[in-house]
Ligand binder design. Structure first.
Ligand SMILES: [Zn+2]
Length: 162
């Protein structure tokens, strides 16, 4: 394996140095162990070297929710400081076009890093556990659906009785 080549901490699939995430499992890539003694050659390599191998096992699990991309990246930075790699996913149920930085994100970490990540985020008062259904957008949608249902009922009653 060439020096500086990146490898996936979860599946060990090697990747070229210009890749950031594993093509198979979306994990942030880390530098192959063989180049341990070299100085980081880029900011990305410096990030990759912070990852603690203990926190890279298992499948991805959700550890926290973020309100948007910027907040999610802030959470990722905090986790990385503790050696925990993470990746972001759009929270399901929110259809925001991909090019927009808006919309909530799920912060995903390897299963072995979940407890450590949770501790970091609890300490920083960042973990929010409210289910998606309680977010304002979902509440508004619920009210709209209720109004539509009542409207349909009224129309149906009108045609039945008329
Ligand atoms: Zn992988």
């Amino acid at each position: 394996m060439a020096a500086g080549e990146l490898v996936c901490p979860a599946c060990a699939q090697p990747h070229p140095a210009d890749e950031r995430f594993c093509r198979l499992c979306d994990m942030p890539l880390v530098i192959d162990g063989g180049s341990e003694l070299e100085e980081p050659v880029s900011e990305r390599h410096a990030r990759a070297r912070k990852v603690d191998p203990r926190y890279t096992e298992g499948s991805l699990v959700r550890v926290a929710g973020a309100m948007n991309q910027a907040e999610a990246e802030f959470v990722q930075g905090m986790l990385l400081e503790e050696g925990i790699p993470s990746t972001l996913r759009r929270t399901r149920g929110f259809d925001v076009p991909d090019m927009l930085a808006a919309g909530p994100r799920d912060v995903m970490v390897p299963a072995s890093g979940h407890d450590a990540a949770r501790d970091v985020l609890l300490e920083a008062d960042i973990v929010r556990d409210e289910p998606v259904a309680q977010t304002p957008a979902a509440r508004v949608l619920g009210v709209l659906l209720a109004v539509l249902a009542i409207g349909a009922l009224v129309i149906w009653l009108g045609t039945e009785l008329g």
